[in-house]
Each structure stands twice: as C-alpha cells, then as structure tokens.
Design a protein around this ligand. Structure first.
Ligand SMILES: [Zn+2]
Length: 343
C-alpha cells in the first residue's frame, strides 16, 4: 500500500472522513451525520474517533502522513481559531485546531472547506493540469477558493477567496455576511429555493407552485427538474443564477487572468440550465474573457479534458467540477502530503 493521509470534510450536515493514498486512491471513506445539535464536543469526538479508527487500521501497512480537515467558515490560519461559521452555530471563536490536536495528540492542518474543495479539483479533478485556478462551490452557501502556483492562496489572515460575498445586486437580498445582494443570495441552493418561492408568490397557479405544494422537500433539485422539463419559471431562475455567476466571474477573469475557473457544489448539477447565461454575461462584460474565450466554451463543460498546451494562445476555461462531493475530502487529504513534501 502507498503512503496515505486522512482527509476530513466537516459540513453542516455530513461529516466525512477518508484515508486517501498519495496516488489519489480513496482507500476507505466513513460518512457520519454532523450532529450539530449535540454540540461541538460531540461532533469533534465523533470526528476524532473515526480518524483514530482509520489511522490504526492502515498505519501498519503504510506510512501515515498526517491529517487535513476542511471546516466551513472563516479560519484564522495562525491560531487555528474558527472565527465565524454560519453552518456551525455556537462554534464562533472556538479553538477548533487546538481541540482536535488535544484529542488526537498530533498536529492537524485546518483549512476552509471551499479552499480544500478547490485544492481537490486542482489535484485530481477539473484543474489537474493547471497550477493556478479558482473555484466557486455552489452549495447551501457559495464558497470560493483560489490556488496559485499549486498552493492555496490564503491572503493575510487566511480569509482570501470569499467570491460568494461579491455584490451582484447593490440593493438586493440581505446576506448573512452583513452585505446585500451577494452572489450567495442568487446562486446557492438556498437562493434557488428562495427565488422559486418569490416566483410562486407572483403566480400561485404556476407549475412551480404546484411542485412546492406536492413536494415536501421542495429543493433546488426539484426546481432543476422542472427547468429540464421546460418550465419557463424554473428556467428563468437558473438563467438568473448563471447571470449572477457570470457577473462575478467577469470581475475574477479581468483581475486574475487564470487559465481555469471551476464551478462545483450541489447546484453545479444544474450546469446545463445556468451555464449558457454565464458565458453570455462573460462575453458582454469581460474584456479579458473576450480576448481569451475558447471557440466553444460550453464544450469544455461536459467533463472534457481541460488540458491546454502552454503558450501565447491560451484560452480561459470555465468548467464544471469533476469530483462531486468528494472534492473537499481529497483536497483535505492532500494538505499533509504537500506539507510532507516541503519538509
Ligand atoms: Zn454575503
């Protein structure tokens, strides 16, 4: 067996722990529910038990390189303090890294969940042929991650990459961050459902209204299903998702000129419904994109290889993620491997 590390993806709903080897093979994955209501001690105990279990199971057959953990929220990289986390109520200013290290009696690497998802896609996914990339993760919220020269770009305090809180509607829907009209309010799963409910309030006899009435778990996926069946109200919602992502990507492409931007998270499954609007916005708004657009940008989104020869004619690729919900797990497991290589 190859050397391996343990990756953890601590989400507001699921807690996933995996042993991943240096070749990117998933050795074993454990999925637990995140019992947020039982408190942070309970969640951390569950996590540490699973880490110990996996580590003990494989460490006699290969070298265990370390533990990487993706956590939702803003992390102070120096202190390992979780400064703020909308998905983990009651964890604000909690010394997450120190608490985990105390339980495991070993060092761990803590990282923002959107950053590890980007790092996973850079290692094994859509951006594996690129050293520089950015990713938007469209989930309950909208996360962002930036990888430069093969390393996560942290900024001064580890807070860089919050693209989800870029303004797309100056007087728009209030956001949990304190701003109004953030991308998160128009492109997250939560936002898709809210926009559907707003449309229902306008037209109570629509198919959306009917679906909301019949479907107890009326979700972004239900609305996507209506969109692919041709429902105009549902299609309009996803066009708005795409337009808002396009506005933010325009600023990113103009300011960063990266070779590849990856769109992941649960809402990215609706790629067909929103991607055309992204490219429409980019063509209209983004000078750097206009100069570097591939002839058929949507063809890049079907999971086709993102490999591009280096050189002056390089094109800007905007594509969907390839690793699905495992991106964060792979990215977290990659962190100690990189740290090991740097030693
Ligand atoms: Zn915001």
């Amino acid at each position: 067996m190859n050397d391996f590390s343990i990756g953890v993806d601590l989400g507001g709903t699921n807690l996933r722990i995996a042993a991943v080897d240096v070749g990117g093979q998933l050795v074993e994955k454990v999925t637990l529910g995140t019992k947020v209501s039982l408190g942070r001690d309970h969640v951390l105990n569950d996590m540490c038990e699973a880490i110990k279990h996996l580590s003990a199971k494989y460490k006699n057959s290969a070298k265990m390189l370390g533990i990487g953990i993706g956590v939702p929220g803003i992390i102070d990289m120096e202190t390992g303090l979780l400064r703020e986390s909308p998905n983990l109520p009651g964890w604000a200013d909690y010394p997450v890294r120190a608490e985990i290290e105390r339980r495991l009696t070993t060092v761990v690497i803590l990282e923002n969940d959107a950053n590890v998802a980007a790092f996973g896609e850079k290692w094994l996914g859509a951006a594996k042929d690129h050293d520089d990339m950015a990713m938007l993760t469209l989930g309950t919220g909208v996360g962002g991650g930036l990888v430069m020269g093969g390393k996560i770009w942290h900024g001064m305090n580890g807070m860089a990459g919050e693209f989800g809180h870029t303004t797309v509607e100056p007087e728009g829907h209030p956001c949990g961050c304190g701003n109004r009209g953030c991308l998160e309010q128009y492109a997250s799963a939560t936002a898709v459902v809210r926009m559907a409910r707003e449309a229902i309030a306008q037209n109570a006899s629509s198919r959306l209204a009917q679906a909301a009435h019949e479907d107890a778990e009326f979700s972004a996926k239900s609305i996507y299903n209506l969109a692919i069946q041709g429902d105009e109200d549902a299609k309009r919602i996803f066009r708005r998702v795409g337009r808002c992502i396009g506005i933010v990507l325009s600023a990113m492409v103009n300011s960063l000129n990266l070779p590849i931007y990856v769109i992941g998270g649960g809402v990215a499954s609706a790629w067909e419904a929103f991607a055309p609007s992204i490219f429409e916005e980019l063509r209209q708004r983004c000078m750097v994109y206009a100069a570097t657009a591939p002839p058929d940008p949507l063809a890049q989104g079907g999971g086709a290889s993102s490999h591009v020869e280096p050189g002056p004619g390089r094109k800007t690729i905007i594509t969907r993620a390839l690793l699905g919900s495992d991106a964060g797990l792979f990215g977290a497991a990659r962190l100690p491997m990189i740290a090991e290589a740097a030693r």
